[in-house]
Design a protein around this ligand. Structure first.
Ligand SMILES: [Fe+2]
Length: 222
């Protein structure tokens, strides 16, 4: 029988890894551009360990935390073994690798990903413009991040008009599984996770605060 919870709960923390110690600075730059706040940096021989919070209110709390550290050796060895067995990047690569990548290219939410909610669309747009610029010109991040977007299913003139005028969402034609919210996706190989260990998608969301239904409350298809 399920326990009847009455206590307050929140998602406390997620532990993520950058691939190698050499990637620490680039991962740090990415976290800063995403707007996360670094509260601790612990130098370790195996690569720096970082504690970030997703917003200032979480600074000394036990939730809203992202721990980032270098991929530990046993996990690295596991990923290496998986890649060798599947012949990653070789002519006789197992077809499931390309199939998974194609599915993820069509839908950033296809596999494991991390979603962060913000209550400022203006700030989300500024964040994404900064990331777009970094993806093109930042020496640490060039070629390491890819951004993509979803608009909500159309139908609300106020929402649609605001997004038509947006420097980020104006030209977006792909839609979320719902209404009254937007999704911005940052795919990066600077943080590893998922079945192949070769990349993570971080999703930044905004929902219209007065909407009765939105992308995160009701999933809609079509
Ligand atoms: Fe998602």
């Amino acid at each position: 029988m399920a326990i009847q919870t009455t206590s307050r709960r929140s998602i406390g923390h997620t532990a993520l890894h950058y691939p190698t110690p050499e990637d620490a600075r680039a991962a740090e730059r990415l976290m800063a551009l995403l707007g996360f706040i670094k509260t601790q940096e612990l130098p370790l021989p195996t690569g720096a360990f970082y504690r970030y919070v997703i917003a200032g209110e979480h600074h000394d709390r036990g939730d809203g935390i992202l721990y980032i550290s270098a991929c530990p050796p046993a996990q690295r060895a596991y990923f290496d073994a998986v890649r060798a067995a599947l012949k990653f990047g070789q002519p006789d690569e197992h077809p499931s690798v390309a199939a998974l990548r194609a599915a993820q290219a069509l839908d950033p939410e296809y596999a494991f990903h991390l979603g962060i909610l913000t209550d400022s669309l203006d700030e989300l747009e500024a964040t994404m413009l900064g990331l777009q610029e970094a993806a093109e010109s930042d020496p640490l991040l060039k070629g390491r991040i890819t951004v993509s977007y979803n608009r909500p299913l159309p139908g609300d003139p106020l929402v649609d008009g605001r997004l038509d005028a947006s420097p980020v969402f104006g030209g977006v034609t792909r839609h979320a599984y719902g209404r009254n919210g937007v999704q911005a996706f940052v795919a990066t190989d600077l943080l590893i996770n998922g079945p192949t260990g070769d990349g993570l998608v971080i999703e930044l969301d905004y929902i219209w605060p007065d909407a009765a239904h939105h992308i995160l409350s009701v999933v809609e298809v079509g």
